[in-house]
Design a protein around this ligand. Structure first.
Ligand code: ZN
Ligand code: ZN
Length: 249
């Protein structure tokens, strides 16, 4: 199976805890022949490395400038929001949606509200399967409530029922991520997700510009699972994202 990857939809910069600036990531994406890159720093709800709200407009302006400068690549502003409660609340904030072309959301240790520590960390130790189902519902509620395009690294830091999650993702038009840095989806998970009709995406999750477009481990496992390229949004000519800002373009 031959894959032609057009985009890397998950990269970080100095605006959260990445090492390089936006232009640094863009230059590497260009070198690697990508036609789309998304800048997706951590959501403002993360206490250690969330993007500062004041910087979201700054990032938008910089990306608009870079889109003018580099005509051969499409640069998207996104966010990697946090799953903050078991009821599916996130730090995707209505006032900022107008700046985003794409919205990612994932579970991060410390990215949730502290009072949910017993639910996210302690309870699953004693009842793994039950909580894996509960967390699938947490993601479902989030997908229904916010215009999420991608669930990042499902299974990373949290055990989630992929059978259920992939059905919910399919229903809500959300792609599940094969993350080249964390590799949280197993071969079996990927096969299950595709069987359930969910779309997939493969991204670097680069925190340093030289890692932008590094997708080889992710592509290897997708190949092994024999996922057709039309099921992987990075390989579509014109993926449609759910957030209105993007759809209006
Ligand atoms: Zn993440
Ligand atoms: Zn990330």
């Amino acid at each position: 199976m031959d894959y032609i990857t057009k985009s890397d939809l998950h990269t970080h910069t100095i605006f959260s805890h990445g090492k390089d600036d936006i232009e640094g990531n863009v230059k590497v994406a260009l070198e690697k022949g990508l036609t789309t890159i998304a800048i997706t720093d951590h959501g403002p709800g993360h206490p250690l490395y969330g993007v500062k709200r004041d910087n979201i407009k700054v990032m938008r302006d910089e990306i608009d400038r870079l889109n003018d400068k580099y005509k051969e690549i499409n640069i998207l502003l996104g966010i990697e929001a946090n799953l903050m409660t078991i009821d599916g609340e996130t730090d995707i904030e209505e006032d900022y949606l107008k700046y985003y072309d794409i919205v990612l959301m994932g579970y991060h240790k410390l990215g949730f509200k502290l009072k949910y520590l017993p639910h996210f960390i302690i309870a699953p130790i004693f009842s793994k399967e039950k909580w894996a189902e509960k967390f699938a519902y947490s993601y479902k509620k989030a997908m229904e409530r916010y215009p999420i395009d991608i669930i990042t690294h499902p299974g990373y830091g949290i055990n989630v029922n992929i059978q259920m999650l992939s059905q919910f993702a399919k229903e809500n038009n959300v792609a599940l991520e094969v993350n080249n840095s964390h590799m949280s989806m197993s071969l079996e998970d990927i096969i299950t997700a595709v069987k359930n009709g969910a779309m997939l995406t493969v991204n670097s999750d680069a925190h340093i510009s030289s890692n932008v477009g590094n997708l080889s481990r992710g592509l290897d496992i997708l190949k092994k699972a024999q996922v057709p390229s039309e099921k992987i949004i990075n390989m579509l000519n014109k993926p449609v994202f759910r957030n209105n800002r993007r759809n209006a373009l």
